[in-house]
Design a protein around this ligand. Structure first.
Ligand code: WTA
Length: 678
C-alpha cells in the first residue's frame, strides 16, 4: 500500500513531527439513488478514478467533438514515437473509404508495451501473471523478463525467415507463449493472425490460407477442465493441404506424443536457446498492419479485419485509461481468450502499453469447482475484473454460496463485454460479486472497432443497470432509422459510428470491396455496426443485440451463413437455414432448419451426424442446439429464405404471431414447421 509521509512543525509541542497517511480502504458502499434507479460511485472510488465527474467527461467529450483530429493527436502523445512525422494526422477518401491515422509517424508497439516501461522503472514490476488451470502452475513475467523472452522469440521468427509484413498464424492455448508470440511479431513488424483454440482444422485452414501465413506457432496440446486436448494434430491436418506455411514452431505444453515433420516443425524450447538474446524493435509506420483477426459476418466466409500499429495502439491505450481506472500496484484481470479481440486489446495491448499488471488465466470458471474464478481473484488480490455476461449467468446459476466462500474485498471495479447485460444480472454482479462497492462498466465495442466505443466511465457517471451509457471521448455514435433519419428519444434503430477513428479496422484482408459494402454502403460516411440500439432521455445508449444474421453464442460471434455452408456440405443436406434462439446461459443458441436431399430420411442418428459435422467443420463453438428436419423453408417469390419468420418459429411463436406471411410463395410450409418444432 502506498503511504504519504508529511514532516511538520508541531506548534503545541514545539517539535518536528512525522505524520503517515494511508489511503483509506474502507470499501465504501455505493448507495443506489432509488428515485432514479441509478448507482453513483462512492467518493472513495471516485477519488481513484481517471475521470471524476460528469462535468469533466462532458468537457473533454465536447472538446473532442469540436476537433476530433486534434483530440486524437493529443491521445497519440500518450504513446512513444520514434518520430511524429505525419503531415495530416487523419486522411479520409470518402469515395474509396480508405482512411489513415498518423501516417508517416514511426513507432513500435512492442517497444511501447515493454522497453519504455523497463526504462521508466517498471523492470521488476509484474507485467503478466499467468495462472494455469492447475493452481500450482504459475508463471510471473516482470516487464524486464517479458522483454527478454519477446526479444528471443522475435529472433526465432527471424531465423525462420519472417520479416516485416509477413503473416504468422497463431494457434495456441492461453499460455504465456501466446502473448510472447504476438509481441515478438509486433517487434519485427510481422502481422499476427490468431486463430481461436476452439476452432476445427477446416476453420483453421480457411484462416491460414486466406492470409497466406508463412509460419505457424502452436503447441502439442492444451488443458481444458482437466482434459488434454490435441492441437498439433489439428495443425498437421491443416498442413496436409496446400498452404504457404514453411515452418511451425511448437510449444511443449501437455507433453503429448505428437508427429513433428523434420525440416518444417521445430520445438519452441530448442529454438529459444539457439538465438541471440537481443533484438532491436523494427521502426514501423503508424499505418503498417499490426494484426489480422478473423470475425464472422453475414456471409459464409470469415473476414480478416486488419488493424494498424499506430491507430490501434492509441485506441487501446486511451480506452484502457478511460474505462478501467487502473492505479499502480493493482492487479487487473480480463477473463477473455486472446483468440478474440477482447483478449488482444484488454489482456495484452491495452494493459501492457499502460504498464499495468495483467492476469492471464488458462482455465474455466467451473474447474476444478464452481468457485474457480473467485478462488483466483482472492489468491491474486484482483482489483479490476472484466468478464462476459454469459460467464456471469452460468456462475449465478450454480449458486451464490460458491462466491461467498471467498474474500473478494480487493475488487474495486467490474466490467462486462460481448453481449447486452440485462439489469437483473447487472444488479446481481454488483451486489454479490462486487459486494455493493464496485461500479460496473458495460463496454460496447467490436473486433472491427479495435477498442471500447461506448461504456460508462465509472468515476464520472451515475450508473444505470443495463446501459452502456456514453461514447468515449473522440467517438461519435448515432442511432438512425432505415431511412437514415435520426431516431427520436427511446426509439430503436441501427447504431452507426459517425466517422473513422484511429482504432477502427482499415480493411478486410484481400477484400476491400467487401469492407466498403459491409460497413460503409448503407449510410455513406457512417460506419454500420450491425447492432440495434436506442438512446434515452439522458443521452444514454442501450444496446439491443445484432440486427443482422450474426449469432452471439456465449458472446462469440458466429455467422449463420458459416453454419449453413457447413450443413450444406453434408451429403444428406439440400438446404439449411440457421437462426438464433434465446438461451438462458449462452444468451443465444443455434437453431437449424434443414431440408434433406431425396433418398435421405429424418432420424435421430442423422441429426446427431449433422451436429457432429458442424462441430468438425466450424468447431465446437458452433454446435447447434437444435436440428429441425423439415420438408420446406419459408421463401419469398424471389427465393429468399425469410429468417424473420424462422426466428419466431424457433422461439416458440404461434402461427398468428408471425407477422406478415403473405409474401411467401407457399404459406402452407409454416404449419408444417410449427408442427415439426422440437
Ligand atoms: C456484441 C467483442 C451489447 C455486439 C468485443 C457487437 C455487445 C458484437 C457488447 C461484437 C455490450 C459486444 N453490449 N452487445 N457491452 N459488447 N457486444 O467482434 O453485438 O466478438 O456487435 O467483439 O458483440 O463482437 P466481437
Amino acid at each position: 500500500m502506498k503511504c504519504t509521509c508529511i514532516i511538520y512543525w508541531n506548534v503545541s509541542s514545539r517539535v518536528w513531527s512525522i505524520a503517515l497517511f494511508r489511503p483509506s480502504n474502507k470499501g465504501e458502499l455505493m448507495t443506489p439513488d432509488n428515485s432514479k434507479g441509478r448507482y453513483p460511485p462512492s467518493d472513495e472510488y471516485r477519488r481513484t478514478a481517471f475521470l471524476k465527474s460528469a462535468d469533466e467527461y462532458k468537457k473533454i467529450y465536447a472538446e473532442s467533438m469540436k476537433d476530433p483530429v486534434k483530440y486524437w493527436e493529443k491521445q497519440a502523445d500518450l504513446i512513444d514515437w520514434y518520430s511524429k512525422g505525419w503531415k495530416d494526422a487523419f486522411t479520409w477518401n470518402k469515395k474509396t473509404n480508405e482512411f489513415t491515422w498518423f501516417k508517416g509517424g514511426k513507432l513500435n508497439v512492442s517497444y511501447n508495451c515493454l522497453d519504455r516501461h523497463v526504462r521508466n522503472g517498471l523492470k521488476n514490476t509484474a507485467a503478466i501473471i499467468f495462472q494455469g488451470e492447475e493452481d500450482n502452475d504459475v508463471r510471473i513475467y516482470t516487464y524486464g523478463h517479458l522483454l527478454s523472452e519477446v526479444e528471443r522469440f522475435a529472433n526465432v521468427l527471424k531465423k525462420r525467415g519472417v520479416g516485416k509484413g509477413d503473416r504468422v498464424a497463431v494457434y495456441l492455448p492461453m499460455i504465456p507463449e501466446l502473448p510472447i508470440t504476438l509481441l515478438a511479431c509486433a517487434r519485427i513488424g510481422a502481422i499476427h493472425s490468431v486463430v481461436f483454440a476452439g476452432f476445427s482444422s477446416e476453420a483453421i485452414y480457411n484462416r491460414v490460407a486466406d492470409c497466406s501465413a508463412k509460419v505457424m506457432v502452436t503447441s502439442d496440446g492444451s488443458y481444458r477442465a482437466g482434459k488434454k486436448i490435441d492441437m498439433k494434430g489439428k495443425v498437421n491436418e491443416v498442413l496436409e493441404k496446400e498452404t504457404a506455411v514453411e515452418s511451425v514452431i511448437v510449444v511443449r505444453r501437455t507433453g503429448a506424443d505428437v508427429v513433428m515433420e523434420r525440416g518444417r516443425d521445430f520445438w519452441w524450447h530448442d529454438e529459444m536457446v539457439k538465438v541471440p538474446a537481443k533484438c532491436e524493435p523494427e521502426v514501423m509506420d503508424a499505418e503498417d498492419p499490426l494484426f489480422l483477426l478473423y470475425t464472422s459476418g453475414t456471409t459464409g466466409k470469415p473476414k480478416g479485419m486488419l488493424h494498424t500499429n499506430g491507430g490501434y495502439l492509441v485506441g487501446a491505450y486511451s480506452s484502457y485509461r478511460y474505462v478501467f481506472n487502473y492505479n499502480p500496484g493493482q492487479v487487473y484481470w480480463c477473463t477473455a481468450d486472446i483468440g478474440w479481440i477482447t483478449g488482444h486489446t484488454y489482456i495484452l495491448y491495452g494493459p501492457l502499453s499502460f504498464g499495468a499488471t495483467t492476469l492471464m488465466f488458462e482455465g474455466v470458471p467451473s474447474y476444478p469447482e464452481n468457485d474457480r474464478f473467485w478462488q483466483v481473484a482472492e489468491k491474486w488480490g484482483v482489483d479490476i475484473f472484466y468478464t462476459a455476461p454469459t460467464a456471469l449467468r452460468m456462475i449465478r446459476k450454480t449458486g451464490d454460496e460458491w462466491i461467498k466462500k471467498h474474500d473478494l474485498s480487493s475488487l474495486k471495479m467490474l466490467a462486462s463485454v460481448g453481449e447486452p447485460i440485462d439489469a437483473d444480472v447487472w444488479k446481481w454482479y454488483h451486489s454479490v460479486i462486487g459486494g455493493g462497492r464496485c461500479p460496473i462498466s458495460d463496454t460496447w465495442w467490436q473486433t472491427e472497432t479495435g477498442s471500447i466505443m461506448i461504456a460508462p466511465m465509472t468515476g464520472a457517471f451515475d450508473l444505470k443497470p443495463g446501459s452502456a451509457m456514453k461514447p468515449l471521448p473522440g467517438i461519435e455514435a448515432g442511432v438512425f432509422k432505415e431511412d437514415k433519419t435520426p431516431c427520436g428519444t427511446g426509439e430503436s434503430g441501427n447504431l452507426y459510428l459517425n466517422r473513422p477513428f484511429p482504432s477502427l479496422a482499415r480493411t478486410i484482408w484481400n477484400d476491400h470491396a467487401k469492407f466498403v459494402e459491409t460497413y460503409w454502403s448503407a449510410f455513406p460516411g457512417h460506419y454500420l455496426t450491425g447492432d440495434g440500439a436506442r438512446v434515452d432521455e439522458d443521452g444514454d445508449f442501450w444496446l439491443l443485440g445484432r440486427v443482422d444474421d450474426v449469432i452471439s453464442v456465449a458472446g462469440h460471434r458466429i455467422g449463420a451463413a458459416e453454419i449453413e455452408a457447413a450443413l450444406i456440405s453434408h451429403p444428406a443436406v439440400a438446404e439449411a437455414a440457421v437462426v438464433p434462439v434465446p438461451d438462458e446461459i449462452k444468451g443465444e443458441a443455434i437453431y437449424t432448419f434443414v431440408t434433406l436431399k431425396d433418398g435421405f430420411t429424418d432420424s435421430e442418428e442423422l441429426k446427431k451426424a449433422l451436429v457432429n459435422h458442424v462441430r468438425n467443420v466450424v468447431g465446437p463453438i458452433a454446435t447447434p442446439k437444435t436440428i429441425q428436419i423439415t420438408g420446406g423453408l419459408p421463401k419469398t417469390r424471389s427465393g429468399k429464405i425469410v429468417r424473420r419468420i424462422l426466428r419466431k418459429i424457433a422461439g416458440g411463436s404461434r402461427s398468428d404471431e408471425l407477422g406478415d406471411t403473405t409474401t411467401l410463395i407457399d404459406p402452407a410450409v409454416i404449419d408444417a414447421l410449427i408442427k415439426g418444432r422440437n
